[in-house]
Structures are given as C-alpha cells and as structure tokens.
Design a protein around this ligand. Structure first.
Ligand SMILES: [Zn+2]
Length: 272
C-alpha cells in the first residue's frame, strides 16, 4: 500500500513535527496551568465532554466545536487524549502547516501523519521544554528524572520516556520495567519476572532494549524494585542476546515498576 514513500518524507515530517511542537508549546505557554480545565482555556467556544466511547480514546469535532474524551479509560490516558485533541484543533487552525501536509501526503498516510503530529503536539503541551530541562538539570539523564517527569507532567511513564530520550544529549538508554507473568501455564511453573515494558534511547545511541527483555534478579533495577530504594551503580545492560554491556545504571522504583537509565560509556570505549 505505501511501498513507494517519497525520499524527502522524513525531512518534511521532522519539519512538520517541529512546527507542531512550537504550536503546542506556544499554546501551552499562554495557559493559566496544565490541569484539565486550564488546558481548554485557549480554545474559545470549544466544549469538553466526557463519555463512554468504546474503543476510541477521543475525538475533536470542529463543526460542532466539541472535544469528546472517553471517560472509561485511565485518567492519565484521558489527559493525553485531551492534549491530542487540542492539537487537532491547533493543527486545523494553522493553514500553512495544513496545506503543506495536504501537498505532501494523501489518504491513509495523511491521516497517519496527522495522528503522529497530534501525539507530538500532546507531548509538547503536557511536557514543556522548561520542565524537561529542569528534570535533566536536577537529576541528570536518569531513571529518577524519568519518574519525576512522569509524575510532574501527569503522563504515562512511556510518554515521559520517549520525550525524555529525545531531549537527552548524553549516550543514555531508558527503560520502564515491570513484573510480568511468564510462561503459558499459570500453575506453579508460570513464574513472574521483571521485564522491559518500554524502552528508548537518546538520539545517536544505536542500541535498544526489546520489550520483554528479562532483567536478572541481581541487577540494580531488580534490587531497586525489591527494596523500594533508588540505586545508582556501575552495572550493565542485560541485552536479550545474553550480552552484558557495561553501563552506569540509575534505577528509580515507582510503585509496581522501576524507571531505569543505562548510561553508556563514551563512544570508542564500547567498541571492544
Ligand atoms: Zn487524533
């Protein structure tokens, strides 16, 4: 279906993302706050309605000037959806960006690009650059910074993780790990294990941790979750292949999961 994407697309998309970020950040900066009520303050005449919506998270209806949010999903998801729908409204208000998108994309691909942009806008709205920079300067590019960002912005850990990774300049890989049930049988054989739920790395880092990668029991991330105490230690990245790459680990437990950063050594040193 989309087997012949124009080669220029990535640049156009990244340009559009940057504009969407600016649009959302500008909108957010003029608001009295970032709570639900305040988030709506910049959209004059638009009503906000919460209702059960089945599989859908939400919708923006420009004709009737209403944003609908599915009241049956988790609050943090409702919040992200609200920011996403506000981004739809902002995008519809930007004729230049909109006409660029229509020039460049069509059909399903256009829809897909618009959804991506509205997620970019939502993240920029809920996690202003100043907040991200404050977290990074106070805590460094660490699991703790990740946990604090998610808490302060009131977003899911995975939303915070992708945004923090994008803004991290040091060679760091982040992960959110949680205990999952292992194996097919839930009899005695089906144990529980700490595994990677979501992971992302700073730009330029070529390693990644796959979802489902198990964390060994003696790894600082596992110990931090067990003891409920944050740990920073020289340890390793437990790649699924079994390879252990040396890394400075910062593990920050948060309820039933643990936010982890893996600081890689500078380039050249990990070639061996
Ligand atoms: Zn959407």
């Amino acid at each position: 279906m989309s087997d012949a994407p124009p080669t220029l697309t990535p640049d156009i998309l990244s340009g559009a993302k940057a504009r969407m970020r600016d649009l959302a950040a500008g909108y957010g900066a003029a608001l009295p706050g970032l709570d639900t009520h305040s988030l709506m303050a910049g959209l004059e005449g638009v009503q906000l309605t919460f209702m059960p919506m089945g599989d859908r998270d939400g919708a923006y209806d420009p004709e009737h000037q209403v944003i609908l949010i599915n009241s049956k999903v988790r609050p943090e998801r409702q919040r992200f959806t609200l920011a996403h729908e506000i981004s739809h409204a902002l995008l519809l208000g930007d004729d230049d960006l909109l006409s660029d998108l229509h020039d460049e994309f069509e059909g399903d691909r256009l829809e897909q690009v618009i959804e991506t942009l509205c997620n970019v806008g939502a993240a920029a709205l809920l996690m202003p650059r100043s907040l991200i920079e404050e977290m990074l300067s106070r805590f460094g590019p660490t699991g703790r910074a990740l946990g604090e960002l998610a808490r302060r912005a009131d977003v899911s850990a995975s939303t915070a993780l992708y945004t923090l990774a994008e803004h991290t300049t040091a060679p760091v890989l982040y992960a959110v790990c949680a205990v999952t049930r292992q194996g097919d049988d839930d009899e005695e054989g089906g144990g529980k294990a700490l595994t990677v739920r979501v992971s992302s790395a700073a730009p330029g880092v070529k390693y990644s941790l796959r979802v489902g990668t198990p964390i060994p029991d003696d790894h600082p991330a596992a110990v931090a979750l067990d003891t409920r105490l944050p740990i920073a230690a020289d340890s390793f990245i437990p790649f699924r292949s079994g390879r252990k790459m040396p890394a400075h680990v910062d593990a920050f437990p948060d309820r039933h999961r643990v936010m982890v950063s893996f600081g890689l050594r500078e380039k050249g040193r990990d070639e061996a």
